[in-house]
Ligand binder design. Structure first.
Ligand SMILES: [Zn+2]
Ligand SMILES: [Zn+2]
Length: 132
């Protein structure tokens, strides 16, 4: 999957994918449209729907067999959808880790600059103390 923080493909857009469709407190609007379709994501959704349709319309020897197949198809579909959500969360968390590390690197750099800049002042203060 080509997941990004911002994508014109709904399934690839982290902001859209992680937003709650029902609860506005957990929803963030994208500044773009999701008007591009990913062929791979589309094929997965249509394949799962096809399997669901075949499983419900096929002839089974018993009602128990049909229920068992329906259960297997539903649980497998949920597992695949959960796996997709897991991947999106992993990518989002990895990006958060990278953002924190970059922020720490910037802080470390500026603290280094500050201590280097004040080094002459420290030396001057030390020299004044030693000569007084
Ligand atoms: Zn989006
Ligand atoms: Zn896709």
């Amino acid at each position: 999957m080509h997941i990004k923080e911002s994508s014109d493909i709904a399934e690839h857009c982290i902001v859209y994918s992680m937003s709650d469709g029902k609860d506005t407190d957990y929803r963030k609007k994208c500044g773009h449209r999701h008007d591009i379709i990913c062929e791979n994501c589309h094929v997965l959704v249509s394949t799962l729907a096809d399997i669901q349709t075949k499983a419900t319309t096929a002839n089974f020897p018993t009602v128990d067999d049909r229920d068992e197949v329906a259960y297997m198809v539903n649980s497998s579909t949920l597992a695949i959808e959960s796996w997709q959500c897991h991947i999106i969360r992993c990518v989002n968390q990895d990006q958060a880790r990278i953002d924190v590390l970059e922020l720490l690197a910037v802080i470390w750099y500026w603290k280094g600059q500050k201590s280097r800049a004040s080094e002459p002042l420290k030396r001057l203060a030390f020299e004044k103390n030693t000569f007084i």
